[in-house]
Design a protein around this ligand. Sequence first.
Ligand code: HEC
Ligand code: HEC
Ligand code: HEC
Ligand code: HEC
Length: 265
Amino acid sequence: MNRKTLRGLVGVILFVAVGVTNASAAKVIDVSASVHNFSLAAYNEGLPWGSSNETEVCIFCHTPHNANVGNERPLWNRTDPTSAWIFYNSTTLTPAARPGAVGTVKPASLMCLSCHDGSIGVNRVINESNITGPIKFVNDPAEVFIGPDIFGVNPDKRIGGVVGDPWGTGNLNDDHPISFSYSAAQGADLDLHPIGDAQLAGLVFYPRNGTADHVECGTCHDPHVAYDNSGALGALTNASANPNYAPFLRISNTGSTMCLTCHNK
Ligand code: HEC
Ligand code: HEC
Ligand code: HEC
Ligand code: HEC
């Protein structure tokens, strides 16, 4: 190999290395290295949301058999919450996104709310592990709800609660509107970009087979994305994770770019 080829080769190696550095700033899918890992591994790292006996990661949400399926629930291992939903409303809200038009929470969001509404325990699954049996958390072996005493203060991660009633369920009154048709809202609102722009940017509308275009939790959030590269999750941390995707975002919201993908403000 002559000097020139060698230099060329070094160049290629450098190029590849730079490529790898850039790739590390991309989105990393790794649910095990996220706070959605509720298994014994998380418990062993001293994380308050880790189960004291369940080693499986996917089981909290998915099961290979006897699942709650249909209408966008991918082999879902949880029952739907049945809270009396209170939706966001305002005098300026486009009618298509108001409670009357929304009607009820659609399945894609019911999945998230089966934990985040606060009415069903994180450890309540349909199909328990054949090895472990009932999933236990050391603080409360019976049923562990997302709520102030275990997972945070004020409503925090409990989307069904509100400030003043952090143990509330089904109260989405202080949350971004969901379960409405984006196109219906966009058609009546000049301050919204065409749905194609949002889809191109990486946002998702439901059902995913395109029979409607509802805004749901999963429009903005991706439940499997890893975003901690700081070591906060101990051995579960993924060094390549990109913090711009916190908390479980579909696309980065740095500089409010995600909001501006839909809102023309
Ligand atoms: C905290 C809950 C949660 C955990 C834990 C979880 N998932 Fe999911 N998963 C979801 C939700 C919600 C969806 C539907 C999301 C959507 O619309 O993109 C989904 C979708 C999926 C899908 C179908 C859609 C797709 O994107 O391909 C597969 C396959 C999947 N998950 C596999 C897994 C595996 C394997 C694990 C464990 C390593 C896991 N999930 C852990 C919540 C979870
Ligand atoms: C099996 C129960 C469960 C399901 C299902 C679930 N989550 Fe979570 N989620 C949790 C728990 C527990 C936490 C951790 C709470 C904490 O950190 O205090 C959490 C944390 C979060 C966070 C905050 C992360 C952070 O870094 O602060 C977001 C955002 C989130 N979940 C969104 C979702 C969305 C969106 C869905 C549906 C696509 C979903 N979750 C489904 C249980 C669940
Ligand atoms: C329009 C986009 C959008 C929708 C729809 C949406 N979220 Fe979020 N959510 C966000 C953003 C952005 C953040 C982070 C806010 C921040 O860091 O400033 C967030 C934060 C959260 C958090 C962390 C709250 C905290 O205080 O730590 C949880 C939990 C959560 N979302 C769950 C949900 C659930 C469950 C749904 C559906 C009922 C949902 N989100 C629907 C955009 C959305
Ligand atoms: C998927 C597209 C989408 C994303 C992403 C999104 N929104 Fe929205 N948002 C809507 C739609 C559609 C409405 C209902 C139509 C309307 O009244 O503007 C709405 C409603 C609102 C409202 C209530 C307006 C009112 O009149 O009461 C506010 C405020 C808002 N969004 C802020 C945000 C912020 C802040 C973000 C980023 C964290 C965000 N949105 C992300 C689509 C989106």
